[in-house]
Design a protein around this ligand. Structure first.
Ligand code: ASP
Length: 628
């Protein structure tokens, strides 16, 4: 094999300077253009594809900036041609040769380097490669476990390279944006005390104090508030966090937050800062995507009423409508019983939905039943709303439905001829902020609204519809533990106007918490904080902690608040989800270099792993064998 070639001098035209004379290449494959024609270059990368054409061998060589076609001619350099005949996909090569214009008619306008090729004079095989377990050179569906087992190969694929780069651009933008606004990035400990964010902690045993444990941070919540007490005023961190919870598509045990805190700030200061940040981010990293400005601000109560969820997809309409007040006197037993038990009858109006077949509606019924609804009542509006007669509606329960009830439903949902009303009736549930509404009606209508929108492709995939949801309830009732639980976390400030509910009806206390949502997904939460000892004590008591326990767990916060803690507020959207949306990926794993499976495993390195008896002994830990 040929020796490593000395580097040719770095040409001025190279778009990205390759520094250091020890580099095994003068140019990136993907950077070569017509302007390089006539130059001798050395490129290095992976064999993307090889084709033999009666004597001529073509190799598409790939590196981080793209592909270039390399041609090996038996007459130009016979030895080199021979080596080229033996290389396989994913071999690592270094090729020296002259950049030449492709012959007329052989240009490839799909490739940025498609007007040129490199005529190989020398070839060195820097390393060989086994046949990869899945193709790197095409976008094929590969089973997730296999992708994660060979993540280093999966990441070679163009889409993944693009995602990694997009993530980098995102954090660069965020850092620049916040530094320009006088924020300081400060790291907080990874081995820490427990900060409850509603999940289990990952515990790390302390060797020096056997039997004691650190927790990995569920978030830097307490540290960032302590930094406000410390007079930092404007803090942020691209923070790694870990929460031990059951995993769904949008969760990872370890994840990254943009954690931020500001002193002397109100809700409005934080929200307008983030509105500017998100808008600027889209314009910077995905200028081809659209966003809506200004970002809507919707209270929790309004969001639940209009969409049945606190994270609505705002890219389409189909808002919920409520006919509970009328349905109570209906002849239709399902409606009447629901309302009489303190429940509700609510629905959505599907534009043009009379086109749905019986089968479509049956499958939607099964779908909402899966979400806990008893059933689905469909009413097709065949006639003109306002003058509907029996012929004008189509419903399996038409004979029980009074025309004026249907007219009222059509009016409330602004239905047009050809639309379809889909109604869910639900028995009474535990009232939260929306007394009277049933517990399953809204969640199932939220699901239904999303499902119908997906089937009808109502959401614009090029749109990022950000919004803020505000005034969340402070606490929610925990059925299992039979006590109130913080909806966000312990340090969220309650709204002044609702303080009188502390003793009478905690479920009605609204908080100064807010979420950012986008396209039906939550990106993160924040709030104006508690910064006085008395208020924190009051909340801890309401959550069932006595003074001794409050002191034991949160004594450091209670104490810090006694030393001139300034009012402050903050936010912590998740970087993984933000980037996934910018990359137009459904699953956050696609924008995380080394993600975990749904069971929390990392198939490439084999984490989590069993440890030796000796390791456990040093830590003073013994493992109880789990029953099979
Ligand atoms: N620490 C909170 C969380 O992780 C966010 C915040 O309130 O800033 O959800």
């Amino acid at each position: 094999m040929a020796a490593v070639l000395p580097l040719a001098r770095l040409p001025r035209t190279c778009q990205t300077r390759l520094t250091g004379s020890q580099m095994l290449k003068t140019h990136y494959c993907g950077d070569l253009r017509k302007e390089h024609v006539g130059q001798e270059v050395t490129v290095a990368g992976w064999v993307h594809r090889r084709r033999d054409h009666g004597g001529l061998i073509f190799i598409d060589l790939r590196d981080r900036r793209g592909l270039v076609q390399v041609v090996f001619h038996p007459d130009d350099a016979p030895e080199t041609h021979e080596i080229a005949g033996d290389v396989r996909s994913e071999f690592v090569l270094s090729v020296t040769g002259e950049v030449a214009a492709r012959k007329e008619g052989t240009e490839n306008s799909d490739m940025p380097t498609g007007e040129i090729e490199v005529r190989a004079r020398k070839l060195e095989v820097l390393n060989e490669a086994k046949t990869p377990p899945f193709p790197i050179n095409e976008e094929t569906e590969v089973e997730e476990l296999l992708r994660l087992r060979y993540r280093y190969l999966d990441l070679r694929r163009e889409r993944m390279q693009r995602n990694l780069r997009l993530r980098d651009k995102t954090t660069i933008f965020i850092r620049k944006f916040l530094h320009e606004r006088d924020f300081t990035e400060i790291e907080t400990p990874i081995l820490t005390n427990s900060t409850p964010e509603g999940a289990r902690d990952y515990l790390v045993p302390s060797r020096m104090q056997p039997g004691s444990f650190y927790a990995l941070p569920q978030s830097p919540q307490q540290y960032k508030q302590l930094l406000m007490v410390a007079g930092v005023e404007r803090y942020f961190q691209i923070a790694r966090c870990a929460r031990d919870e059951d995993l769904r598509a949008d969760r990872q045990p370890d994840f990254t937050q943009l954690d931020l805190e500001m002193s002397f700030a109100t809700e409005e200061d934080v929200l307008s800062l983030f509105e500017e940040l998100f808008s600027g981010l889209v314009e910077d990293v995905r200028p081809d995507l659209k966003y809506v400005s200004p970002f809507p601000r919707i209270t929790y109560e309004e969001s639940m009423r209009r969409f049945g969820t606190d994270k609505p997809d705002l890219r389409y309409g189909m808002e919920l409508f409520d006919i509970s007040d009328l349905a109570g006197s209906s002849e239709f037993g399902v409606f009447r019983n629901a309302v009489e038990s303190g429940g509700a009858v609510e629905g959505i109006c599907v534009p043009g939905g009379t086109e749905f077949s019986r089968k479509d509606i049956d499958s939607l019924t099964t779908f909402v039943q899966g979400l806990g609804a008893k059933g689905l009542v469909s009413i097709g509006i065949l006639g003109q709303p306002g003058s509907l007669d029996e012929e004008g509606i189509r419903s399996p329960v038409a004979k029980y439905l009074a025309l004026d009830l249907v007219e009222a439903a059509a009016k409330r949902s602004d239905a047009k001829q050809g639309d379809l009303l889909l109604l869910v009736a639900g028995e009474g549930g535990k009232p939260k902020l929306e007394p009277g509404s049933s517990s399953r009606v809204r969640p199932s209508l939220d699901g239904l609204r999303r499902e119908v929108a997906a089937r009808l492709k109502l959401a614009d995939p090029q749109m990022l519809h950000y919004a803020f949801i505000t005034e969340f309830p402070l606490v929610e009732w925990d059925e299992d533990e039979e006590r109130w639980d913080a909806l966000h976390h312990l340090f969220v400030a309650p709204m002044e106007e609702d303080l009188h509910y502390f003793e009478t009806d905690p479920g009605r206390i609204r908080s100064r918490a807010y979420d950012t949502i986008c396209n039906g997904e939550e990106l993160g939460s924040g709030s104006v904080r508690i910064y006085r000892r008395e208020m924190l004590e009051r909340v801890l008591h309401m959550l069932g902690m006595d003074d001794a326990e409050a002191q034991k767990r949160y004594g450091h916060m209670l104490e810090a608040f006694e030393y001139g803690a300034p009012p402050h507020a903050g936010f912590a959207p998740g970087i993984d989800r933000i980037v996934a949306q910018l990359a137009q990926e459904e699953d956050i794993r696609e924008v995380i270099a080394f993600p975990k499976t749904k069971s929390g495993a990392e198939p490439m390195t084999g984490a989590p792993f069993a440890v030796t008896e000796e390791q456990l002994r040093v830590l003073g830990i013994s493992v109880v064998k789990q029953p099979e």
